[in-house]
Ligand binder design. Sequence first.
Ligand code: DC
Length: 221
Amino acid sequence: MINIAIDGPAGAGKSTIARRVAEQMGYIYVDTGAMYRAMALYLLRSGVDAGDMDAISARCREADITLTHENGEQNVLLNGENVNGLIRTPEVSQMASISSVNGDVRARLTDLQRKLGREQNVVMDGRDIGTVILPDAQVKIYLTAQTRVRAQRRYLEMIQKGETADLDQIEQEIIERDYRDMHREIAPLKQAEDAVLVDTSEMTIEEVTDRILAIIREKTA
Ligand code: DC
């Protein structure tokens, strides 16, 4: 199986790019962040306190998270319910970053992610894909961009959806999330030694997609 790992900080464009690359290659796209988000939604609904790691460890066992793929789109199911439309809020983003520090939460999702990589050609995006989940991936990309640029992209996305947004607040949340994702004990976000760094600050979506497709061609030739 061919495995392509795309890691990087919040808002670097991983999901947009990974989806396009998967489409071009005819591979399955696996958004692992969505799995952490579905888990966070479950914990929020359960009323678990974000600071209570024991409660997070206990309650996460009740969440059954699975993925299905239809017409190139990934559906995340939480105990059988499709939660795709419910997991992109700032509240879920923060809870996903907090609860993904927990080893029990990670263990539950890690097995499923590895299994997908064993069974199918995948483009998988996340924080620890190249370092922990798929260390033997044929292609590893570390996608990043300047913090302000990432905040601006998120801001535009929200404005386009008709939501209200505050650029400084979004940037602050991204900085907090990056810090937590990079400094946690288990599977922190970092560039794998054999990953290719792509800084998208001054690149369009098309340029990034083309660059990654070129890297894939080179590495799998
Ligand atoms: O990629 P995202 O913004 O949807 O991810 C949400 C959170 O989930 C992120 O802040 C950290 C966590 N996460 C993780 O710990 N490991 C992954 N492979 C993917 C996401």
